[in-house]
Write a protein that binds this ligand. Sequence first.
Ligand SMILES: [Zn+2]
Length: 139
Amino acid sequence: MKSMDELQSTEDFDQDMKDMEERYAGKSPEYMVTYLCLKCNIDSARTEIDPPECFGCGNMEIETLQILEKKKITAEVMAERLKKVTDRMMENLKGAYFAGKEDPNVDFDEDQMLKLLERVKNLRDNVQGLELKEPDEQS
Ligand SMILES: [Zn+2]
């Protein structure tokens, strides 16, 4: 019943998607930074384009996110990481979608939700398409 509280609203997702689309528009990240969250002890890897954030508890305070590692990323690492991020977004979104469908008290916009799901999918396909197109010649 109260699970909807923990789930993001469609507005939050919409904003998240806009942020992500803007951040990655025409850019390719060079570094993968691994942070250790001093609050919940979970490590999260982010590109230098993404703001530091703990995937475990959502902590975004830079003082409590210790940098464990910063390494140059390959197209493969990047594609895999972005797949994880977008997978997670799709899972959250699907969770919110089904919670909304089941609970008649929730103000739930199915059309908007479906559009968001579509955008997450598109973003992921674009990102992976880009990464895979990158030539693997290194010299
Ligand atoms: Zn944390």
